[in-house]
Design a protein around this ligand. Sequence first.
Ligand SMILES: Nc1ncnc2c1ncn2[C@@H]1O[C@H](COP(=O)(O)OP(=O)(O)O)[C@@H](O)[C@H]1O
Ligand SMILES: [Mg+2]
Length: 334
Amino acid sequence: MVDQPLLRIKELRTHFHTERGRVTAVDGITLHVEEREILGVVGESGCGKSVTSQSILRLFDEKRTVKYEGEIHFKSKNLLKISNANMQKIRGNDIAMIFQDPLSSLNPVYTIGYQITESIMLHQKLQKKKAYEKAVEMLRLTGIPAPEKRVNDYPHELSGGMRQRAMIAMALACQPRLLIADEPTTALDVTIQAQILDLINRLNQELNMSVIFITHDLGVIAEICTRVVVMYLGQIVEEADVEKLFSNPLHPYTKGLMKSIPQIDGDRSQALHVIEGTVPSLHDVPNGCRFASRCPYASDLCRAKMPELKIVKTGQKVRCWHYEEILEKEEVDV
Ligand SMILES: Nc1ncnc2c1ncn2[C@@H]1O[C@H](COP(=O)(O)OP(=O)(O)O)[C@@H](O)[C@H]1O
Ligand SMILES: [Mg+2]
């Protein structure tokens, strides 16, 4: 029997009811995460990365604001079909999440040791003393120096990097099968960022845990992921193995993101390339290709009709009418 992927999302749509009408922030996402893999999700701000990850855990208020469509299969269950009580058992146990801002997840009035211990006791049937010992062990695992002392610190007593480690310790305390990391290094300086990426890499290998790593920065994707999906305005526009994506980007949006990665040894006097324009509003989604208004290659066809996400010869998937012509044109230009 062929192994099933750990997570399989099919045609996920997340609609919000807003004062200005219904918007569809995630519009037909299909992706999977293999056991032990680190899948990257990349795209500019507002493209639906966080809504996708929060939909996996059904974190939005289903009575009032949100409607989900599609399928999210995890361990032979469709998470969109199970009860709230069963979903609650999955959160923090099987699937854990870390965010850009640890302060929004850590409670300022309790020590980090208390918070990790509580989390362990909530999810596992461990006595307080054992749970506390486990909390120290988790802090040690994330590379916090002198964890038996730091366990008594309050969040504000830790530096940004240490707080992020504490949040990772809390997420890992229940040994999740899948960790969703939503821009966990965006607020950190580059040295600390590199350390946190190393940490997530190491934990992925040592704990056999799959990771969905979300970022707006393709440079970070190169450091940590094996496969990538590129999102634009609620849809996937390209999917590829990391090497393929960097050696042979196909979608004009991916190419734009690629040019905006800062080059460490590059010419600093040159301004960083930015993709012109902005992501359209969800209240005003184009009928055709969603990137057409910013794409240098857009044609009438692009503006009129949305291309499908198609598998191409190289094994990549791409949502673009003209990717082949663009490739040929680039070869002539070089
Ligand atoms: N609760 C909500 N109600 C209405 N719109 C929302 C809500 N949450 C997010 N959105 C919208 O969904 C889109 C995608 O947001 P998000 O997933 O946070 O983007 P990203 O994480 O890629 O920066 C944005 O246009 C955002 O304004
Ligand atoms: Mg986000």
